[in-house]
Design a protein around this ligand. Sequence first.
Ligand code: ADP
Length: 345
Amino acid sequence: MITEARILDILRTVKYPGFSRDVVSFGLIRGVTVNGRDVTVHFTLAVRDPQIPRQIHESAMRALEAEPGIGKVELNFDIKEPEAPAGTVGRASITGVKNIIAVASGKGGVGKSTVATNLAIALARSGAKVGLCDCDLYGPSIGLMLGTTEHPMATEDNQIIPIEAHGLKLMSMAFLLDDASPVIVRGPLATRYVQQFLRQTQWGELNYLVLDLPPGTGDIQLSIVQTVAVDGAVIVTTPQEVALIDARKASSMFAKVNVRVLGLVENMSYFLCPSDGVRYDIFGSGGGEKEAARLKVPLLAQIPIDIPTRTGGDEGRPVALTDSAVAASFAELAGKVRSLLTVSG
Ligand code: ADP
């Protein structure tokens, strides 16, 4: 006999996209109605990404229809806009942009730009419309990583049209600065530049805008995340203690301005020797995991130190465009980010 309890058991096998947790324990089921052999399930979700309910619909339908004895299955979705987190009201959103993701690091050289670029590509490969904005005034590198030297055009009313590369809309401070010209803007002027640059860009309709923040946790980072309505932050670290201490600083910076930290990415996590497959934990192991637990956020990905990741960055063909294990890790990271942004809190 088909009972409500049996239906819930079946739904416990349906995972939330990108997660190992199931839709029942995520609290997405509002009700189950059984009428003889026919079943209706009501889901409730706070999402902006239409692919999430679509994927849940598909997996739940498949699971329920595989159960012998079930007649007609109806799945209803009640989809709400996620609420703005407390303390973020008044922050400027960017017209047409649904989710703004900030990629941050406590210090330079940990691979923040590499992660931002590959995350953006992986999000785009999963079917989303994605923009990437290099907010690093002092060392913009995204143009290089995506292999473009093109300059954006401006419209008559002073709006900047982002350039496009590998399916992403792209803006970088580097596009507006000459390679040779030293950046002399500091302090409040620098902040104003970045804000103006974010607002004056015609992003069009985007599901995700990834901001590659300048490294560190100073005034400029703080003022960007204070004035732009960032929906979630990803903090990049390496496994060493020194980097982890800085990741902690980045996390407290976001806490100060009520921006939700989606999780940590541990970059240069380990090295997999290409000739014998042996794993070397060059910078020690377990650091990212412990720090994530301490900060009570998920460890979203562990990206190995990998030659194609480096050459891809230098040659303008990010590794996430390939079909490698590292590209799969970035795809998994993108899946988790999408899912986390659809579940409030
Ligand atoms: P950040 O933005 O934190 O300053 P970058 O992303 O510019 O760091 O990375 C610094 C250097 O390290 C670049 O040359 C980049 O290609 C390289 N790099 C980053 N992540 C990896 C990785 N997982 N494997 C190999 N090289 C990497």
